[in-house]
Design a protein around this ligand. Structure first.
Ligand SMILES: [Zn+2]
Length: 397
């Protein structure tokens, strides 16, 4: 049985232990020790990393009640020195304890129970049994403020095994799943929060540093709340500042004016797009007038595209020709592809859709549409032949 040193002292970084045995687990080498400061993954908290006898500890898992240190390289024997990755442990302490405080606040203020907790590489989440609709921005800010009040009050934190009679007296936030270890926040006699937990926690709430609630979203019947604590708040603020600076540089404005500048840029871009559409339509009209001045019969042409995707230009041009009472059999090159668009005036006559399918098939491509207007594409190599084939189809009948 391994003595779990992290339970009594979550600040212990270095320790000595005897290797009890090594065993293979999922193709890796697992080392079982007489004692360990390594926290095995569990309760929403990821495993520690570090070194054991000079070997890197890549993961720590609890398997059939045993703490397995999964190390790189061959197994270990005898006495070994272990050292945990302290930066990672401190991060987990901050996130995990911040989660306890946040869960306590949501339960106390909104009667929302935490049903699960995830401590991820990038962010942390809790799932609440409260509909997300009841967690508007104002409620989230209030919960965040209440949580930070607990942090700034720097309350004592005690995590220990409690005898059954003491356990029975405490208003536990959730039922103990295994063991009788409880994390108490504030005066142990009248705690602000009491929650069964086997994770690593700080000595005082102040060590959490700060809690930032990022967002809430629907999660089944309940809500998923994303948050960050401690060092992650500082890192996130730095990353957000960098993003803001990049956006400000792109918009050529001060960081504080990014929202207004972005809204202005979006408006201008929408206006410019509409202007471009109108100009292209006018240009298509003028081009169609020129093409329609030619001899009777289908207007067959490989055209150049002035701007934008070929398909849009061809459609505008073919429609303008059809509106002038002409059959249009048009194509355009786009790199090594060819775009096709056939149109005809409304009424009886050969189907543009059928003619286009045949022409596109000749290019090894596909396409279709209505009897009045059809579009497709294929390889550019046989474009002239495909247009001739389409024109022949449109002349029949
Ligand atoms: Zn916990």
């Amino acid at each position: 049985m391994t003595e779990r040193l992290y339970l009594s002292d979550p600040y212990l970084r270095r320790f000595e232990a005897e290797v009890l045995r090594t065993r293979a687990w999922q193709g890796r080498t697992g080392v079982v020790l007489s004692r360990t400061a390594f926290y095995p993954e569990g309760g929403g908290q990821p495993a520690d990393r570090g070194t054991l006898g000079g070997a890197a500890v890549e993961d720590v898992q609890e398997v059939e009640g045993e703490v397995l240190h999964l190390v790189a390289g061959p197994g270990l024997a005898g006495s070994v020195a272990g050292e945990i990755d302290w930066a990672r442990r401190l991060d987990h302490i901050q996130q995990h304890h911040g989660q306890h405080l946040l869960s306590a606040v949501f339960e106390k203020r909104l009667g929302a129970r935490t049903v699960s907790f995830h401590l991820g590489e990038a962010s942390c989440t809790i799932d609440l049994d409260l509909p997300a609709a009841k967690l508007g921005p104002e409620r989230l800010r209030e919960a965040e403020a209440a949580c930070n009040e607990l942090v700034f009050s720097d309350l004592p934190v005690v995590a220990r095994e409690l005898p059954p009679e003491e356990l029975a007296r405490l208003p536990l936030r959730k039922e103990a799943v295994k063991g009788s270890r409880v994390v108490l926040v504030g005066d142990p006699g009248a705690p602000v929060d009491a929650s069964p937990c086997g994770g690593t926690h700080p000595r005082r709430t102040g060590e959490v540093g700060a809690v930032a609630v990022l967002r809430a979203q629907r999660w089944g019947e309940g809500a998923r709340v994303e948050f960050l604590c401690g060092g992650r708040v500082v890192a996130a603020l730095g990353a957000a500042g960098e993003r803001l600076a990049r956006a400000a540089a792109a918009l050529r404005c001060a960081p504080a004016e990014v929202a207004e500048a972005a809204a202005r840029a979006a408006d201008e871009s929408a206006r410019a797009r509409k202007d471009a559409e109108r100009l292209l339509a006018a240009l298509a009209e003028a081009e169609a007038a020129g093409l329609a001045a030619g001899p009777d019969g289908p207007v067959v042409a490989e055209v150049t595209v002035p701007a934008g995707p070929a398909a849009g230009w061809l459609r505008a041009l073919a429609s303008a020709l059809a509106a002038r009472g002409r059959v249009a059999v048009l194509g355009a090159r786009e790199g090594d592809r060819a775009q096709l668009c056939f149109a005809r005036p409304r009424g009886p006559g050969p189907s543009a859709g059928e003619a286009l399918r045949a022409a596109a098939a000749h290019l090894g491509g596909k396409g279709g549409g209505s009897p009045d207007l059809a579009q497709g594409s294929g390889a550019a190599a046989g474009l002239a032949e495909a247009l001739a084939l389409g024109a022949a189809r449109m002349r029949q009948g």
